[in-house]
Ligand binder design. Structure first.
Ligand code: KIV
Ligand code: ZN
Length: 392
């Protein structure tokens, strides 16, 4: 691991491009503008607004996003092809801050079966199209697609070629979510040793979640030399999705004692951002989703509730307020303890003591055994049956 004390990590959001590759997701241009403005508030550094050559609407969307944000850098995606690069040039022409993202497959399966290219032809294409793109952009990001299944020595040659041609950002793509944190760290160590200008350019990571390791892999890449993380809000994206950026940002905040990384993300805007993506994609946020799921700050078991009521740090490493989630919920159910039930009854206006709970708690348990959650209405019914009224 390299010393990364205080290192600034750039957050590159591809919700509007790789995120839109989620099955069934198609943002309107108006939605893309709204999302981009919210991403800017959230604090991302780069927004990949689309793939301008892909369709007239994608072109219009990238152009519209480029014209509706201020501080954030906007990029379009381009294959290593003149038509794609030209479309990006036009679509981002009015952006205050812009870059381009050029990619080509570099692994054996991509070279042989998809592109029908020799290594020499692959390198020639990288050299030609990165050089071409560099005429129009000060920041040229090059991605070796399927980098983690590319021969490491060839990947180093690819990076050297792209940097010599003018690439300023090299984005190591784990296109099919194939790597793991230890292996990805070693790949970065190898590249640091074999890419001549490793420290003169920005290394970035782009991880997919096919094996559920994209956040861990992205963070491993950063621990071994990358300083940009690509991902999406709520981890949406092709197949199992991309690195969930809210998880990365929360991990850096909570474990600042360990990582010492900084980002520009304003965590308090996280829930608002996540809800917007959930609404526009019509993909509900899973209840148990890290950081933003509704259960992430809910506690049901009696032991946990008792601990929380004494000191919330016992079972919460991240506060809901810090990610804009509102308050912690103590959910009453069959595993809840007397302390939590008494506290909720007192909140509701009943003046209940520990002695009263000797009679109330068995009545509560009898109800809780038959249903998943006991809400305030259920509690009021229990109290009514016991002849206790709320004190005025
Ligand atoms: O997953 C991938 O390889 C990509 C590239 C375009 C970076 O999305
Ligand atoms: Zn991707």
């Amino acid at each position: 691991m390299i010393n990364a004390n205080g290192k600034k990590i750039q957050i590159f959001d591809t919700t509007l491009r790789d995120g839109e590759q989620t099955i069934g997701v198609n943002f309107s241009i108006a939605q893309k503008i709204q999302i981009a403005q919210q991403l800017e508030k959230w604090g991302v550094d780069v927004i990949e607004a689309g793939f301008p050559v892909a369709s007239p609407d994608d072109f219009k969307a990238v152009k519209a996003v480029a014209e509706s944000v201020d501080r954030v850098c906007v990029t379009g995606l381009a294959r290593a092809k003149q038509s794609d690069i030209d479309a990006c040039v036009k679509a981002t022409a009015n952006a205050k801050h812009k870059q381009i993202h050029v990619f080509i497959g570099t692994s054996p399966i991509h070279r042989k079966d998809k592109l029908h290219m020799t290594k020499a032809a692959n390198l020639a294409a990288i050299n030609k199209w990165v050089r071409y793109a560099r005429q129009f952009f000060d920041i040229v990001q090059f991605s070796p697609e399927d980098a983690t299944r590319t021969e490491p020595d060839y990947l180093a040659t690819v990076c050297n070629t792209a940097i010599e041609a003018g690439a300023t950002v090299i984005n190591i793509a784990d296109t099919v979510g194939y790597t793991n944190p230890i292996e990805f760290g070693k790949l970065f160590d190898y590249l640091r040793a074999h890419v001549d200008k490793f420290d003169e350019v920005t290394f970035s990571v782009h991880c997919h979640d096919d094996l559920g390791m994209s956040v861990a892999n992205a963070i491993a890449g950063v621990e071994h030399g990358a300083s940009r993380i690509e991902g999406t809000v709520n981890g949406i994206g092709e197949r199992a999705g991309n690195t969930a950026l809210e998880e990365v940002a929360a991990a850096f905040m909570v474990r600042n004692d360990y990582y010492h990384y900084q980002t520009n993300i304003n965590l308090k805007e996280t829930k608002r951002t996540a809800d917007m993506i959930s609404e526009f994609t019509k993909m509900p946020i899973p209840h148990n989703k890290a950081v933003i799921g509704q259960n992430a700050f809910s506690h049901e078991s009696g032991i946990h509730q008792d601990g929380m009521l004494k000191n919330r740090n016992t079972y919460e490493i991240l506060t809901p307020e810090s990610v804009g989630m509102g308050a912690t919920h103590i959910i009453l159910g069959k595993l809840s303890g007397s302390h939590a039930v008494m506290q909720e009854l007192n909140h509701m206006g009943y003046e209940v003591t520990r002695e009263d709970m000797v009679n109330i708690f068995p009545a509560f348990k009898a109800v809780a055994d038959k249903q998943p959650i006991v809400n305030d209405h259920d509690l009021a019914m229990i109290m009514e049956r016991m002849g206790v009224m709320v004190h005025a």
